[in-house]
Design a protein. Structure first.
Length: 52
C-alpha cells in the first residue's frame, strides 16, 4: 500500500511540474489517503504482533 501512495505522489509531482494543477491536486489527495491508511494498518499490525 505504501508503494501505491508513493506512485500517486510521483504522479502528482510530475503533473505539477507539467502544469496540470487539477490532476496534481487529485493525485496528492490520493497519496495522502493511502499513506494514512498504510500508517493505520502498520500500527494495528505492530500492536497485534506485540500482543501476540
Amino acid at each position: 500500500m505504501l508503494r501505491w501512495a508513493l506512485i500517486a505522489l510521483v504522479i502528482a509531482l510530475i503533473a505539477g511540474i507539467l502544469g496540470f494543477g487539477g490532476i496534481a491536486g487529485a493525485a496528492v489527495g490520493i497519496a495522502k489517503i493511502l499513506f494514512y491508511v498504510f500508517v493505520v494498518i502498520f500500527v494495528i499490525g505492530l500492536i497485534a504482533h506485540l500482543v501476540g
